[in-house]
Design a protein around this ligand. Structure first.
Ligand SMILES: [Zn+2]
Ligand SMILES: [Zn+2]
Length: 257
């Protein structure tokens, strides 16, 4: 299987998975880069997987469906252009001969879902939309900090080797914030240097892995004393309350430059 991040807009990746003949694409905000790639490689688009309703994730949906006849899967609880197979927690879909499990991950939007396959060429794969980013997480447009924390904990509990396919290249700015929160984290510093190098060569920093995110992403580290202390020092959050720590971090990040 080939896993390709097709760049779109400012900083989106349209993730495409293919076996040389058949392909799936996740959150096609723009149909054009996808159509071009399919044509160049002679690929048949079998399925479109949607994580949430934001325009930069569904903008190319109708055009791609019409051009390819691909089957569309998406969140049951959001308004997505029809026809669509509605999915929610516990559902499974078979695409490209792979079995994907669906998780509800509300927070960024109310009905946001994620797709997890436990074995793609010997490693698990996660398409998490705008819920988890490398070094960060999505803004809370429709959900509460408590909801988002549960969603992130669900993803953090996946196997460490899981490749994390996030939809935006926000890594460097996220790591700048992560460093402000947890300056003494050596793995974070090392990863930041690696990502700076990749970006300076125009390469994506993604996919990340769950193991890496657990060790560097402050939003998955609300229970780590240094992180909780930083949230407390910044806005007085109760260090013993992960939801308060998470809410303080998210608020802090919103105004961080
Ligand atoms: Zn979004
Ligand atoms: Zn987005």
């Amino acid at each position: 299987m080939n896993l390709i991040p097709l760049p779109a807009f400012q900083d989106n990746y349209l993730w495409l998975l293919h076996d040389g003949q058949r392909a799936l694409v996740v959150d096609p905000g723009d149909a054009e880069p996808v159509r071009k790639f399919l044509t160049e490689r002679g690929l048949q688009l079998e399925a479109i997987l949607v994580t949430h309703h934001h325009p930069d994730h569904i903008g190319g949906l109708d055009a791609l469906r019409d051009a390819t006849g691909a089957r569309v899967y998406g969140p049951a609880r959001e308004r997505i252009p029809q026809p669509l197979e509605p999915l929610s927690e516990g559902d499974r879909i078979e695409v490209l001969g792979l079995s994907f499990e669906v998780f509800d991950v509300p927070g960024h939007t109310a009905g946001h879902i994620a797709y997890f396959c436990k074995d793609v060429d010997d490693a698990p794969l996660l398409f998490c939309g705008d819920t988890l980013f490398s070094g960060g997480c999505g803004r809370l447009f429709e959900g509460t900090p408590a909801q988002m924390l549960v969603s992130l904990e669900k993803l953090a509990a996946l196997p460490g080797t899981t490749r994390v396919c996030c939809t935006h290249e926000y890594t460097l700015s996220n790591l700048k914030f992560a460093t402000a929160v947890e300056a003494g984290n050596l793995q974070l510093e090392h990863y930041r240097q690696q990502c700076e190098q990749r970006r300076s060569h125009g390469e994506p920093t993604l996919p990340s892995t769950i193991a890496l995110e657990r060790s560097i992403n402050p939003f998955l580290r609300t229970g780590i004393p240094a992180v909780a202390r930083a949230a407390h020092d910044h806005s007085g959050a109760d260090e013993a309350d992960p939801v308060a720590v998470f809410a303080a971090l998210r608020q802090w990040k919103n105004g961080f430059r």
